[in-house]
Design a protein around this ligand. Sequence first.
Ligand code: OAD
Length: 259
Amino acid sequence: MTPDDTLTLAHARQLLRQALLDDARRAGALCVFSGAGMSAESGIPTFRDAQTGLWRRFRPEDLASVEGYRRNPADAWDWYEERRQGVLRATPNAGHQALGEFARRHPGVLHVVTQNVDDLHQRAGNTDTLRLHGDILRHQWLQACPREPACEVATAQQGHPPHCTQCGNQLRPGVVWFGEMLPEGAMEQALQWVSASAITLVVGTSGAVWPAAGLARHARRAGAWVLIINPQATELDDEADGLIRSTAAAVLPRLLTGF
Ligand code: OAD
């Protein structure tokens, strides 16, 4: 971290200390909005980093849209299966752990909103993390099941992708693809959390994907102090009150321990 980063970190700690002492503002005082960089130090690749980002090597049109999935479901299924295995092998890094431990010490103070489809925030202890882009470990039918009652996802016949022997439907990953709606009520809940916070940390996101990216501006307009933690410039830098050009696992433990 640079000397400027260290000053910003000290200021953020000071604001957090004040928020924790203020009984009227304590509940939900800290909000974290995270993206793929949050899990990078757990070995899960990001999407847009220059050398390692998934969208530098694969086409989102093929792998993150309904049309792409219908064109080539076998390859897309296998690609997600490999990512699922990567998530299951990964463990929370020091950044996730710092957030989980903070939440245990200060129940009700921290809300986590993530664009990540892994479960590392939850495994670190932030069990009520709001996932804007779904859950890669969950499956759902590609089409709404026409039967009543609907066929169970768990009964799908193994395959690439698994399919239903009753109605022929195929499984797909439970993530939000381009052009799809976010889970019902998720954005409204996220907007409420950032608006109510005294401090919003924007950790490990490029800010390229909307509507999630709008949370930073919304937080600031609602009066939160917005801190971006990211080793690179992001599309949200103009929305921030503070910037720390370092990684989640390096900064979050220093920011959150000692309270
Ligand atoms: P991106 O890949 O767009 O951005 C990752 C950000 O993390 C970049 O700004 C990096 O500089 C930063 N970064 C990398 N390593 C880091 C570290 N160790 N600590 C902190 N930051 C680090 O990922 P997202 O912004 O999450 O959609 O992408 C948004 C959405 O686009 C994703 O949710 C995904 C994708 O298409 C779905 O899965 C639906």
